[in-house]
Design a protein around this ligand. Structure first.
Ligand code: SF4
Ligand code: SF4
Ligand code: FES
Length: 204
């Protein structure tokens, strides 16, 4: 099918979500909560694009293209909304990158730098929490203060990570008896340093 992206007519398959189609066309569409192989909740807002037909911002990771739709991926409004998604996450992020063991693979930090986002856009910089690192198994650790509750670890570890509470109070936890069900590779899927591998460790 044909769609219009930033004023140019292009051909897309229609079989993949817009995020995938747009990336295939070379558009820079960031994402935090999306993974092509798993369920996700479209919660982070960093993949937003504008549907110019309806003048609405839509999550490209949760929208399939339709014939003739017109999409804007690069106007200042779109970039600003994506930046706001990062800033909202940071407004509740009680950790600091300098000492973060997961910073090398952290997509949130990468976007924060690339987008020139403000950590304190919605109020004072949140005070860091005392560091709590939970040994899951092997080299895998979980640091709750760095979790953005994207849910990817929950959806990808049956009987592993789980949600506690709902809405604003939602947390991701790992019950002791579930730790054995978690594969270390889940650290690769986590978009922040909340799940990280420590090469040399002593259990805490
Ligand atoms: S998880 Fe990412 S954003 Fe958070 S402190 Fe670590 S590097 Fe920084
Ligand atoms: S631990 Fe990582 S993958 Fe799991 S919900 Fe938090 S940010 Fe997402
Ligand atoms: S990647 Fe689309 S809402 Fe998070």
């Amino acid at each position: 099918m044909k769609i219009i992206v930033n004023g140019q007519e292009v051909e897309v398959s229609g079989q993949r979500v817009l995020l995938e189609e747009l990336r295939r066309l070379g558009c820079d569409i960031p994402s935090l909560c999306y993974d092509s192989q798993s369920k996700h909740e479209a919660s982070c807002m960093v993949c937003m694009v504008r549907n110019e037909d309806t003048d609405q911002m839509i999550p490209s990771c949760a929208t399939y293209p339709t014939e003739g739709m017109r999409i804007d991926t690069e106007s200042e409004d779109v970039l600003s909304l994506r930046r706001m998604g990062v800033e909202l996450l940071l407004s509740d992020h009680k950790a600091r990158c300098g000492t973060c063991e997961g910073k090398e693979k952290c997509k949130l930090r990468d976007l924060y730098v690339r987008m020139k986002a403000k950590w304190n856009r919605f109020g004072p910089l949140p005070s860091p929490e005392p560091v709590v690192q939970i040994h899951v198994q092997g080299h895998l650790y979980y640091e709750p203060a760095k979790c953005i509750r994207c849910g990817l670890c929950v959806y990808n570890t049956p009987n592993g990570f789980t949600f506690r509470n709902r809405g604003f109070k939602m947390q991701v936890v790992i019950p002791e008896e579930n730790k054995k069900n978690v594969d270390e590779k889940i650290a690769d899927l986590c978009p922040t340093g909340a799940l990280f591998l420590r090469q040399l460790h002593t259990d805490k």
